[in-house]
Design a protein around this ligand. Sequence first.
Ligand code: ZN
Length: 239
Amino acid sequence: MSDPSLEALLEVQAHDLVIDQLRHRRATLPERAALSAQSHTLAEVGRRLDDNQGQAHELERRQRRLEDETELVVAKAIDSEGRLYSGTVTAPRELQALSAEVEGLRRRQRGFEDEVLEVMEAREPIEAERAHLAGEEQNLRAEGSRLVTLLVAGEGEIDGLIAAELVARERWAQEVPADLLNTYERLRLRLGGVGVARVDAGRCTGCHLGLSAVELDNLRRVGAGAAVRHEECGRILVP
Ligand SMILES: [Zn+2]
């Protein structure tokens, strides 16, 4: 003869196991891991963008400095050329010196201009890299919001299933005496989620070990509402 409160407890157990599985599934939704990988990659791209920006700024500063220097040298050259061709300087030696000065300034100008070109060339791959990284960042952000949407949908679906299971579980739990339910919940915490087990062919289906002759005898004689525990594993036994 089966005890209705123990049968109800088995139903509670069945729903609890389904709820455990749903919670596990919720915690291990693939989108969760993908999202964590995505944010990791996004941070890495962010760091590379920062580095890239640092390099770009450094080259821009260098280019501006060179351009300023060029401007200065050009102004001096124009000034010297003005004096050279103004007719105010007539002494050949002075003219020669002035001419040499202009030539020197123009040479320095060409030197700076060459350097500016070099810096501009150096900036090209850095700017290309920035464009590439910015594109990557944008893709990652889009992928992130896609994953969040999927994750929220997946969680919502599982939450609905959990809520339904909890309602069903609660209905059965009301059929179980409070003491028995407390014992079951304590055992469940300790014994991998299974606190109550049916006896099948003389074995406990919780730990799969056989029951002693004394336990089997106790189980037969115990009255309704009383629970026998398996000596081996401690679980509540249901005949
Ligand atoms: Zn057992």
